[in-house]
Design a binder for this molecule. Sequence first.
Ligand code: GLC
Ligand code: GLC
Length: 817
Amino acid sequence: MRFGHFDDNQREYVINRPDTPLPWINYLGCEAYFGLISNTAGGYSFYRDARLRRLTRYRYNHAPFDLGGRYLYLRDNDTGEFWSPSWQPTRTRLDKYECRHGMGYTIIGSSCKQIEARTCYFVPLGETLEIWRCSLTNRRKKPAKLSVFSSIEFCLWDAHDDATNFQRNFSTGQVEVVDGVIYHKTEYRERRNHFAFFACSEKLAGFDTQRDTFLGVYHGWDNPAAVERGKSFNSIAYGWAPHGSHHVKVNLEPGETKEILFVLGYHENPVDKKFDPPDSQTINKKSVKPVIARYLNSKNVDAAFQKLRNYWSDLLGIYQVQSPDIHANRMVNVWNAYQCMATFNMSRSASFYESGIGRGLGFRDSNQDLLGFVHMVPGRARERILDLAATQLKSGGAFHQYQPLTRRGNNDVGSNFNDDPHWLILGVAAYLRETGDWSILDEPVQFENESGSEQPLYEHLRRSFNYTLERLGPHGLPLIGRADWNDCLNLNCFSDTPGQAFQTTTHKDGKIAESVFIAGLFVLAGKELAAMALKRKLKAEAERYLAEVAKMETVILKHGWDGAWFVRAYDDFGKPIGSKVCQEGKIFIESQGICIMAGIGLNDGKARRTLESVNKHLATKHGIVLQQPAYSKYYLHLGEISSYPPGYKENAGIFCHNNPWIIIAETMVGNGNRAFDYYTRINPSAREDIGEVHRCEPYVFAQMIAGKDAPTHGEAKNSWLTGTAAWTYFTVTQWILGVRTEFDGLRVDPVIPARWKGFTVTRRFRGNTYIIEVQNPKGKQRGVKRLLVDGKEVAGNLLPVRPPRSGPIRVEAVLEG
Ligand code: GLC
Ligand code: GLC
């Protein structure tokens, strides 16, 4: 069952009923000011940090799920009837409803009682504000006398404090209302030099800034007292819950349309210019007034919107494909790339499943996210890499997370997730492949954010590699530490006390439990590092890396091979996990994917053997589950993984994040049919028809789809902020379509379904545009045998880097494999 459709030309997803199974959201903003917005206008906004600079209040885990947001109320002043043009929060029946989520904007349109409303929400580039552009049309045969009420609830900045510290909060709120602009200035009197403003283009009939006056005691969002009676109270908040509501009266002749602009924003003043006059408590509005004026003008709003559209066309234009598969096309061309930018901006902080007050930027997560956006914002990827590296410990280990505002490692979580350092090598490699900017390796970067500790980035990578060599276990495999990629495989925790954090409570000394996954990752990263060393003409060093990698491969084959697949780990008793000898958790996905990606088993049949086992034991029609059999009970020595009911999350859920590893492995053995099939199983667009099962947005990947052990098999959860975004994007663009960045150029090596007759990729890369047309006349799955560049046949399938030229470079590739 569908709840909408893709408008591929507009790059929009169009939702045509408001009661989607879960809120289907979008993000506004791509620089410093951000908002989350649902299909019924729910959500909130913040400046840079979702916890520390939250502009508007939102309550998570609400019933209904999504309540609170950027609401408008329309009221017919003749009859007193009122409704929400975005359906929520009044949930009045609408005659028409349509929500268009686009690239950085959302448009919600509806019709009720023959009044049409259309509101476009977006954040202009270069600004720290959002615009709500609302137009109202009277479709009645007679004039309509309407009232419009806006409504947002201000958050008292620190979202955690806002949700907990009421004894103080109820007494701090302050506002000003001047010239129809509502200013929220809680704590401005003391240490904050920022405030929020909420402005409206029309003359006001009234306003409210105290929530409970606006709503009325014992009223909810569905019947605010001000709206009910058709008149604001002109309340001025002093403590309690500062609110922003404008009241505008609009009279419309039959057929007439009027536009109202609302602007909600964030503004900072220099500390010595906070007040005007200086010895007063009044906000100095000199620098904010021109900003407000600019966006209360519809011409400027038009221009800003067009600029935003162009920005996205340009970013998305870097990689475009025309293939026979519409689902792949729209994910690659639009939505998956867009989701990768959301993971870049948000990391794992603010979604409808991440409260914005929890996790900082993950070291491992952020490095992997790079794979998905490095081609779009290479400059910002560079900054991100240097920030991440600066939180690396001198030992080569890493703070597992850091806070974006301070860019410092997060002490509460600490380090000892022993896979972390290798992701830095892979992140840097992805950056180098894309940009060829080798200067980054010479960039001095601190360790542990300590000034004076600067070393070239390259030295950081060396330490990442050595970190594992200095932490080998009884079998010669890497010690796992608190966890590896699988945060929930906690082999040193042994927690029997409720409330302990599985990842930061350690009851074992960590000298026994080992990870085959990290071993595979070490091989993969080690090969990358060796290639970098060679580029730097450090031959002996490269050889040492390769020798260590070879040694590790031997260990993996000896202790990490289970006969038909790779073992997952060894526990604190030295017993295997993910082996046929186990009762439960006999086979895991992670070690299969990573070992094959590292090249292990490609020459001796083990890779193919492994992939057959994955297909047999782990693949379901909704995706590949994390392990089987699921853990039916809690195992003290395994940790959080066994805390989840079977079929959810790391306990045999379809953890979409690692499905691409198997897909890449399938491409590496040349199995294009199966690679694409697996890709399609988790591709949200391909799941659009089963919206009632999948339930999450059909335009972005989810972290998890319930596995076959769950009664809700096929149901997605935790959409948007997940490593799945980067990994699926990377996999389909670079391994299936096979237009792959390398240090010295673009490799053209597609591994596709045999039924595809061909496809075309346009790729901007290092100053040139390549139009690559792949033909598959013989129904092969892989094997470029002929490559023509500008009509001339060249040897091999690498397009070497060339000086930029103005016209596109035309490439034809023929699969004859
Ligand atoms: C979440 C975490 C990621 C981890 C994965 C598996 O996606 O953000 O770091 O690798 O779960 O546990
Ligand atoms: C929880 C989640 C896991 C995530 C981790 C991050 O354990 O289940 O997916 O990676 O938190 O801290």
